[in-house]
Design a protein around this ligand. Structure first.
Ligand SMILES: [Zn+2]
Length: 362
């Protein structure tokens, strides 16, 4: 995966703390939030790319993370937090994040309280998030961390195609969300995923989705088009989990080079052999298949590590039995991985417009 490693410092002037309550309002504990801030910073970068002139996407100082105080009760209680990417000579880009961003940290804190016997296993709890200014410079610097800049700006295609027209002609699938970047997934790719999933219904299979980020010259809106699926030959495939190896990436790079279309790695797909899991008792991911389409903890960890750019998507095909399949798409939204919608363009769509068109930024 191509990553540019310009290290930028992210700045924290605050320490973030969770306060956990029982359903009846009794306070049961506090925990310092050790959040993974990078998806929020990456989302802010992506927002800048989506809505601003990509030419300004040059060097910039580190991200600044600030509390957004609760409107009723105020400091130290949080409504959420904001990430600002300052821009030389400009106001910069700011994105806001809800306290739901700390849901995993709250889950972790609650499991500690269960261990301590302060909360029953499975008992409902509520949480509030707070922020306190760091006491001394030392503490502030401990909270500084490097934010890696994975800029995709130079890879955006300039196109004559209008996303609104493409969208109108398309079939809509999945769970739509108004703020999401539109993603086009051709039927041929869904069919290929279906075939691979049906052929190997006893274990997980997967691969890489490549394609383009596009922008019409007259519109500001960015959208993604999946152009090809590269089956990962070298994955370590077990019944319940899939691992991409370094050979997988060598294969993907070779395929992208051979195609000479400057495609980006847009994400990945993998199968959930649910029918198989229902027959066997031992399964990691199988545990979670009570709901049909899901993205497991393991899937999330893999997506966070390997598909960290905010435009990256994950297609999951669930095998429910003989030729019975369900597709779901997941992607980043405000720094969290969520189910999302996608568009299946008509099969006769002229795709000339994604060939031989110039990239933004040269
Ligand atoms: Zn999975």
């Amino acid at each position: 995966m191509e990553t540019h490693t310009n290290q930028h410092e992210a700045e924290h002037e605050y320490r973030y703390v969770l306060e956990l309550y029982r359903e009846d309002g009794e306070q049961i504990g506090q925990a310092i939030i050790d959040a993974d801030w990078e998806p929020a910073i990456e989302w802010t970068r992506f927002e800048r790319l989506r809505h601003h002139d990509p030419q300004t996407n040059g060097a910039h100082p580190g991200a600044v993370i600030r509390p957004v105080w609760h409107t009723d009760v105020g400091e130290p209680y949080l409504h959420g937090f904001s990430v600002t990417l300052p821009e030389t000579g400009q106001t910069g880009t700011t994105a806001q994040f809800p306290i739901h961003y700390f849901a995993r940290a709250a889950q972790f804190a609650s499991s500690k309280l269960v261990e301590m016997g302060k909360l029953a296993d499975g008992e409902l709890f509520r949480y509030l998030a707070m922020a306190f200014r760091c006491q001394n410079a030392n503490e502030t610097s401990k909270n500084r961390f490097a934010a890696e800049d994975r800029s995709a700006a130079t890879a955006v295609l300039t196109t004559q195609a209008h996303i609104d027209e493409l969208r109108q002609a398309s079939d809509h699938r999945g769970s739509p969300h108004s703020g999401d970047m539109p993603v086009l997934v051709p039927q041929s790719i869904l069919d290929e995923v279906s075939t691979l999933t049906n052929e190997t219904s006893d274990r997980e299979v997967g691969g890489i989705l490549i394609g383009h980020l596009c922008r019409n010259t007259e519109e500001s809106q960015l959208f993604a088009v999946v152009t090809e699926l590269i089956q990962a030959r070298h994955t370590v495939s077990e019944s319940t989990r899939l691992t991409f190896t370094s050979d997988t990436w060598t294969d993907v790079r070779a395929a992208v080079d051979l195609r000479k279309r400057n495609e980006l790695i847009l994400g990945w797909y993998h199968s959930h052999p649910i029918a198989q899991w229902r027959q066997s008792t031992e399964s990691d991911e199988g545990e979670q298949h009570k709901t049909l389409d899901f993205f497991s903890e393991y899937d999330r960890a893999l997506h966070r590590t390997v598909f960290a750019p905010a435009y990256c998507i994950a297609l999951v095909a669930s095998h429910l039995g003989e030729n019975k399949l369900s597709h779901a798409l997941y992607g980043w939204r405000h720094g969290l991985i969520q189910a999302r919608g996608y568009h299946v363009p008509p099969e006769d769509l002229d795709t000339q417009w994604i060939e031989d068109v110039p990239h933004e930024g040269g």
